[in-house]
Design a protein around this ligand. Structure first.
Ligand SMILES: Cc1ncc(COP(=O)(O)O)c(C=O)c1O
Length: 390
């Protein structure tokens, strides 16, 4: 049996190595505090569970679903976008449901890249952005995200010959892993750049609702002209603690959506209807619930960042997302070396920044996925073993 070459490009060994090490240390009896994977630890709102239960109990929900998504769901998404982002969407042609936003992020390239075509991908970035390009047989130009540039790509640094060849650009704010946010000026610049070079922009807004201190992330589609060249992927996984019954959507440019729908209609037949009903209930629920969830993350962020700062570790407080992006101490050669050392000494599990790209290698990512009491324990134990003047 001969496995295709592309498989080699489809995983980051670091994730599995860290997981193996965690299991090994746990077997030795070390108490772990796992802040690695960004999987929500809290339950979804009760009315979401209720909608799911009712949907599951209804025998008429067990046929194939529409790839596009139930009409009622697409209407809810469109209403949500209007109320939350002031973006008008035609539920028939500008909204397409996804089996989690990952579905769209993995498959969008199949609709836009021919063999050897170029994609502009942020570094660091969520791994599927580049894996998806490999699946489609495309080539990647990495746009480095530097702290001194607020972790935004500098579009003026993209070589003209690459820009001319590029078909697609991936962006993600609030960002995973660096928790950066983007403003209207930046998005306006992106629209101009994409129009000039005829590039499809895909904006991933998976962390839209996890924002703090009064900050509200904006939709890329709220920028004039964005819909001509762009799409946005939204997800209920993190905003409503629904990662295990996930649903996402892609909204925006209708031609792009049509192309992706054609790919998807050959791969899946839509999402289990009760999950669609649950997502609809989530989007139609009160803003108060999402605000309370954001407040929980804000409190965790404060405990972790204030705690790390009190140890002398100079870590920035993010305005959004469920992550803290911490520079590693200078005396470590790589993010992996530091993350392994941290895990072995303290039982605190983080993701080495290099898992997200070369530019991540002087950082580690903490996910705010456990209680503030556990985070306090993490600070105490880190303080016991490290002198963290970075
Ligand atoms: C930036 C980003 N985009 C997309 C996803 C995938 O989310 P979903 O559950 O909607 O597939 C994740 C999941 O961690 C993410 O961090």
């Amino acid at each position: 049996m001969e496995i295709a070459n592309r498989i080699a490009n489809l995983s980051t060994a670091i994730f599995s190595e860290m997981e193996e090490l965690r299991i090994e240390e746990e077997k030795k009896g070390t108490k772990m505090i796992n802040l690695s994977i960004g999987s929500p630890d809290l339950p979804p709102p009760p009315h979401v569970v209720q909608a799911l239960v009712e949907g599951v109990a209804d025998p008429s929900n067990y046929g194939y679903a529409l790839t596009k998504g139930m009409t009622e769901l697409r209407h809810s998404i469109s209403k949500y976008y209007l109320e939350r982002f002031n973006v008008v969407l035609d539920p028939e042609e500008e909204v397409l449901s996804l089996m989690g936003s990952q579905d769209g992020l993995a498959h969008i390239y199949l609709a836009f890249l021919n063999q050897g075509d170029w994609a502009l991908i942020p570094d660091p970035g969520y791994p599927i952005y580049s894996f998806g390009v490999h699946l489609a047989g495309g080539q990647i130009y990495f746009m480095p995200l530097y702290k001194e540039n607020s972790f935004l790509p500098d579009l003026t640094q993209i070589p003209k010959e690459i820009a001319l060849k590029a078909k697609i650009m991936m962006l993600n704010y609030p960002n995973n892993p660096n928790a950066a946010v983007a403003n209207e000026d930046f998005y306006q610049e992106v629209v101009e750049f994409a129009k000039k070079y005829n590039i499809l922009v895909c904006h991933d807004i998976a962390y839209a609702e996890l924002a703090f201190d009064g900050y509200k992330p904006i939709s890329f589609l709220s920028i004039p002209g964005a819909r001509d060249i762009g799409v946005e992927m939204y997800s209920v996984s993190k905003s409503f603690n629904m990662a295990g019954c996930r649903l996402g959507c892609i909204v925006g440019n209708r031609n792009a959506l049509k192309a992706l729908e054609t790919i998807k209609s050959n791969i899946d037949y839509g999402i289990f209807k009760p999950v669609q009903m649950a997502a609809k209930a989530a989007l139609e629920g009160s803003n108060e619930w999402t605000q309370q969830l954001a407040d929980v993350y804000a409190e965790r962020r404060d405990v972790l960042v204030d705690g790390l700062n009190s140890l002398g570790w100079d870590v920035d407080k993010p305005k959004a997302s469920m992550f803290v992006w911490a520079p590693i101490p200078n005396n470590y050669k790589s993010s992996k070396e530091f993350a392994v050392d941290l895990l072995k000494k303290t039982g605190v599990v983080v993701v080495p920044g290099s898992a997200f790209g070369i530019q991540g290698d002087r950082y580690v990512r903490f996910a705010l996925v456990c209680s503030k009491e556990k985070l306090q324990k993490a600070i105490a134990i880190i303080g016991k073993y490290y002198n963290l003047k970075v």
